[in-house]
Design a protein around this ligand. Sequence first.
Ligand code: ATP
Length: 232
Amino acid sequence: MIRVQDLQKAYGNVQALRGVSFDIAQGEIVGLLGPNGAGKTTIIKTITGFLQPDAGVVEVDGIDVMQDPRGVQARIGYLPENAPLYPELTVQATLQLAADLREIPEDAQLEKISRAVYAVGLEKHLTRPIGTLSKGFRQRVGLAQAILHQPPLLILDEPTVGLDPRQIVEIRGLIKSLAGQSTVLFSTHILPEVEALCDRVIILMNGEIRANARLDELAATGNAVVVLGERP
Ligand code: ATP
């Protein structure tokens, strides 16, 4: 589903990615784990076609993102870190706007919105303005936007950052249930998040991959903790 080959990216003299390569197969749920500044967002923005790498190849579902960014974006549901939402819009209006931006035909919008709303448990909140929702519920709206067009791949950038412990559990539960329908790549700096959700983890440090392994393999070597230092 994703092929990343020798990705390199610098911002001025900051080398954010130093030759990153990995593959993600259809149906996997993979955690991209690393501390602040490791390069997680840079990888995600490159896969989603919002950022041009200096070198390397990214393919999603066999499509080269540099050649056909819109084709790739049609296959991805993307939840950015701190997804921008208009506080005065209701949940319903927000999702309608997202459906328009996705160019979902009008006669299909109602069904797609209902499906997404149900999948993230927002049925009772459709008429509420975004500004009255808790951060956990706003994140549900972000997830609903991401899955509106039923993409085969979900990419979530630090989906639980800034949430309280109860909201974290709820959002993790939702990610797990969404993973039943899509391949999922999400970034995090929290090891237990990976342990709660993933088949496989890619550990990124300073723009380089330090480990790419199934969780049981890592646990056997204690590698994740060694790489990341102290357990958070
Ligand atoms: P975080 O968890 O803080 O978002 P991250 O792992 O997602 O971190 P990136 O945001 O990809 O890391 O950043 C990788 C490196 O590139 C960091 O050193 C960061 O300061 C730098 N960087 C990112 N965006 C820019 C930019 N627009 N201009 C300059 N440097 C940047």
